[in-house]
Write a protein that binds this ligand. Structure first.
Ligand code: KIV
Ligand code: ZN
Length: 548
């Protein structure tokens, strides 16, 4: 008999807290649909009080994504709990996740007003946790409580607060190693201690939430499962605050490949892991390293002759699972000029696009135009095409202003590249001319030169946007094969302490470079427009407590 382990995916909340990983609401909804297909049990969709965009994401995921429980995060503050409750309103399967810090170091830094002595503060923290759980229970009977920085919390206090949280009605108790400090044996002991302190442990789901600061997040999570945790909190590709969170794909495959050891299973359909990883990488702008376990492009490649020989003879010599198991080999369905509407819209649906009927003719026509230029159309080409459709459908030639940047959604497009021309002559610096439409509907035309064409393009864009920032990272890679291969450009820009990323693909790599840069600037503009969000991002989750 194997036990079920609940997969709690927090890619859209903790994952998105990774510097520069901000995703639009549309991207989040698409990822949430994919997570449902993947078979996760709970989706932590956002932290509604932190910004209107986060609220939108939770509301839309509750309304549009079937299957998993939708969860919203809240501190133990009434305003947070109300925001979470309202965002989840109308959903049939929802959870409120409330948390408060419990370690001495956090208590000293954050809770000046809660008492004079540590004991007084701890008493007040328990009271707040209990009140928050009772408040959350007015919205849903599915309430999770987290003792933030449990990994460094005094064990006696941790036992006390989880007992009170269970008594107040929380049915999931999460023990975060917020700073990625614990070792696997310590984490096992911690969970065992917590479990043993509960009067009715069978009524409670114990949960892990491990960060990867020492590269131990997956190991600690699995140690937690061994100690009886029956929920694991994790993110696709392990994205998240600082070094990230435990990676969902690693945990799911460890539990599956080594079920002889863990005797626990999940509802994950592993064949969707690679696709999900690619989607999250595209939306977050964080590439997946080739040697990343499970989903990296080299995870199933064998280079050394001796390995190749062994694998050809008997795969199990060097492989403990196969590329097919995790969807790495899935023969991509290639579309082409002879593909019909049915084939196209089926593929788009599988990629997470919900194309309304009245837009289908336009999109099919776009597809045919693309197929005229490119013999074989891959998923990446379709995603690129859909990005183009979205951008082109924004008002421009008519002179309308671009949609408000305050909506917190796809519509947040502060800048749109309308024209780009690059002249390259031997013995001369490249010369760029471009036209950019701005949110206030003004048009800027700029010219610039540079050492290379990309530098010239970026200089011209910088003049056109008047937005202070620095270029932190630029990378380019080929993502398909042949003479018509597409180049994918990733850009990260920095503004103050925050990073914003942009990505674009095109067979013309200069154009892809320009678009990736403009996308990153649009992410920055969206965060600026969303004043609460930028304040939240700037101050970080720690400072959000000050003045509580
Ligand atoms: O790392 C952490 O402690 C968190 C909590 C909000 C659960 O993300
Ligand atoms: Zn976390």
């Amino acid at each position: 008999m194997t036990d079920h382990v609940t997969i709690f995916d927090t890619t859209l909340r903790d994952g998105e807290q990774a510097p520069g990983a901000s995703m639009t609401v549309d991207e989040k909804v698409r990822i949430a649909r994919q997570l449902a297909t993947l078979g996760v049990d709970v989706i932590e969709a956002g932290f509604p009080v932190s910004s209107p965009a986060q609220t939108d994401a939770v509301e839309r995921i509750v309304a549009e994504v079937d299957g998993p429980v939708t969860c919203a995060l809240a501190r133990t503050i009434d305003a947070d709990l109300e925001a979470a409750g309202e965002a989840l309103d109308g959903g049939t399967d929802t959870r409120v996740h409330t948390f408060i810090a419990t370690s001495d170091v956090h208590i000293k830094a954050k809770f000046d007003k809660l008492g004079d002595t540590m004991a007084e503060k701890q008493r007040a923290i328990i009271e707040r946790a209990v009140e928050a759980i009772e408040h959350a229970l007015t919205y849903t009977d599915n309430v999770e409580f987290s003792a933030e920085d449990a990994g460094r919390t005094d064990t006696g206090f941790l036992r006390e607060i989880v007992q009170e949280a269970a008594k107040a009605g929380a049915t999931t108790l999460n023990i975060p190693d917020t700073t990625g400090y614990c070792t696997p044996s310590e984490y096992t002991d911690l969970l065992t201690t917590v479990r043993d302190s509960l009067p009715e442990p069978e009524k409670i789901t114990l949960s892990t939430h491990c960060h990867d600061d020492l590269g131990l997040a997956t190991a600690n999570t699995l140690a937690g499962v061994k100690a009886g945790a029956r929920q694991v909190e994790c993110t696709i590709n392990g994205i998240g605050e600082r070094a990230g969170n435990a990676a969902l794909e690693e945990i799911a495959m460890a539990l599956s490949v080594r079920d002889d050891d863990f005797k626990a299973s999940t509802g994950i359909n592993a064949k969707h892991l690679t696709r999900t990883s690619q989607m999250v990488s595209a939306a977050s702008g964080f590439p997946v390293q080739p040697n990343k376990a499970i989903v990296g492009s080299n995870a199933f490649s064998h280079e050394a002759g001796i390995h190749q020989h062994g694998v050809l003879k008997e795969r199990s010599t060097y492989e403990i699972m196969s590329a097919e198991d995790v969807g790495q080999d899935t023969e991509q369905i290639k579309l082409g000029r002879h593909s019909g509407r049915h084939g196209l819209f089926n593929r788009l649906e599988a990629l997470g696009y919900d194309v309304p009927e009245d837009e289908q003719s336009e999109i099919y026509q776009r597809f045919l135009d693309l197929a005229d230029r490119k013999k074989e159309i891959f998923d990446e080409d379709l995603e690129n095409m859909m990005d183009e459709v979205r951008k082109d459908n924004l008002p421009s030639q008519s002179g309308d202003a671009l949609p408000s940047a305050a909506s917190g959604d796809e519509a947040v497009v502060a800048y749109k590249l309308e024209h780009l021309s690059v002249q390259i002559e031997t013995d001369q610096d490249p010369q760029v001319t471009l036209r950019l439409r701005r949110l206030d509907s003004s048009i800027r035309e700029e010219e610039a030169t540079g050492d290379g064409p990309v530098e010239a393009v970026y200089r011209a864009i910088d003049h056109a946007v008047d937005q202070p920032h620095t270029l932190a990272e630029y990378s380019i890679r080929s993502i398909s094969e042949g003479a018509d291969a597409q180049g994918e450009v990733e850009v990260r820009i920095r503004y103050g302490e925050n990073h914003f990323s942009g990505r674009a693909r095109n067979t013309d790599v200069i154009r892809a470079s320009a678009e990736a840069y403009v996308n990153a600037l649009n992410h920055l503009a969206a965060a600026q427009a969303d004043a609460e969000s930028i304040e939240f991002v700037q101050n970080g989750i720690m400072n959000a407590y000050n003045g509580d």
